[in-house]
Ligand binder design. Structure first.
Ligand code: AMP
Ligand code: ZN
Length: 113
């Protein structure tokens, strides 16, 4: 069994609250939500981090953003808006080394980090 928690969620070996799935992308609720809506959007294929992206990953990364748009619309945030963020590497605060896009919504955000 893989030791990557998000690969295990994709393979349904670890439980998660799945909100979206297509052939290439999955989105599920963050287990420790930091906003009223906090989802993680992941490529199904294991990519450790943005720092390891290859040209061949361009399409699946684009599909993650398309999933974000769909989730935003489906959850009623298409107009109000939402934030997508990606932590990368130790000083970027990355804890899980399987690329994931934090989708947060439901409260007013300012500029900046
Ligand atoms: P990051 O710091 O960007 O690597 O964020 C990792 C995120 O994954 C954190 O917000 C965690 O709360 C979340 N997380 C870790 N394990 C799980 C899990 N099993 N199911 C859902 N979210 C998780
Ligand atoms: Zn993985």
């Amino acid at each position: 069994m893989t030791d990557c928690v998000f690969c295990r969620i994709v393979a349904r070996q670890t439980a998660a609250d799945i909100e979206y799935e297509d052939e290439h992308v999955m989105a599920f609720k963050d287990i420790y939500p930091k906003a009223p809506v906090h989802l993680l959007i992941v490529p199904k294929r294991h990519i450790a981090s943005i720092a390891e992206l290859k040209d061949a990953d361009a399409e699946v990364i684009g599909r993650c953003f398309l999933a974000a748009r769909r989730l935003g619309e489906a959850k009623g945030f298409g107009e109000k808006g939402y934030r997508i963020s990606v932590n990368t590497g130790p000083e970027g605060g990355q804890v899980v080394y399987h690329v994931h896009f934090h989708f947060t919504a439901g409260r007013q955000r300012g500029h900046g980090a």
